[in-house]
Design a protein around this ligand. Sequence first.
Ligand code: ADP
Ligand code: ADP
Length: 239
Amino acid sequence: NSILEIEGLTVKYKTRYGTVHALSNVSFSVKKGSIVGIIGESGSGKSTLGHTILRTLPENARIESGKIMFEGSDLLEIDEEVFRREFRWKKISMIFQNSMNAFSPVHRIQDQLLDVARKCFPNKSRNELLEIIKEKLRIANIDESVLKKYPHELSGGQRQRVAIGMALLADPEIVIADEPTTGLDVVTQYQILNRLKEIQKDLGITLLLITHDVSVVAALSTDVLVLYAGKVLEYGDIK
Ligand code: ADP
Ligand code: ADP
């Protein structure tokens, strides 16, 4: 019972120096409820894979071939508007690598979360949205007092927890976490990863965990995908 099947995915970037082959014929299938550790050294194509699934690739990227099968359809074939309205953030969501970039420095956390929540639930009232936001912050293990603050008033770990809460807003089925603890101190890393694992289990989410850190994969993952120079070096379950 796979939830996501990636078949023959090839992605290139055009630059003024030539073409970069970021992913070459990548195939793997993800079991529902698994935690797939996606590892590989810097430049191996991990982020490109995440952005291809979420269809948030930059302008100069080209998907040359491949399919991303999810709930019976190829995500790459779905109309951009429909994907935005029904899939991105709602069914498939992402926790960003550097959550400082995920937040605007000039708006309070509450306004930013309300913005995202409004897109997810266009028909709900402000109070209903705030309830959802507070519930997700509780799940991410962070006090709702952060809502009144600006991003720079939070620690890196707090921002990362807010980013986790944000990714969970619409109860997605798949969460892609791109280096969710990079740059944090070891204790905070440990706490956040543990929480992520509990959330994954409690909510029955399928987690794609992008990391360059083998110990993170060893601690959390049920399956591991090793990328090397845009190719799948190895894929299988760990236990
Ligand atoms: P990773 O996440 O494993 O570090 P990336 O997916 O970011 O790898 O990058 C894969 C390859 O694509 C690298 O060679 C990188 O330099 C290149 N690349 C990534 N983003 C761009 C871009 N916007 N334009 C051109 N090349 C890019
Ligand atoms: P647009 O407003 O162009 O339709 P999006 O709805 O994709 O774009 O959201 C804009 C930005 O808001 C994204 O780039 C992302 O940083 C953030 N965002 C929206 N929803 C979420 C979510 N559920 N989880 C994480 N980030 C989100």
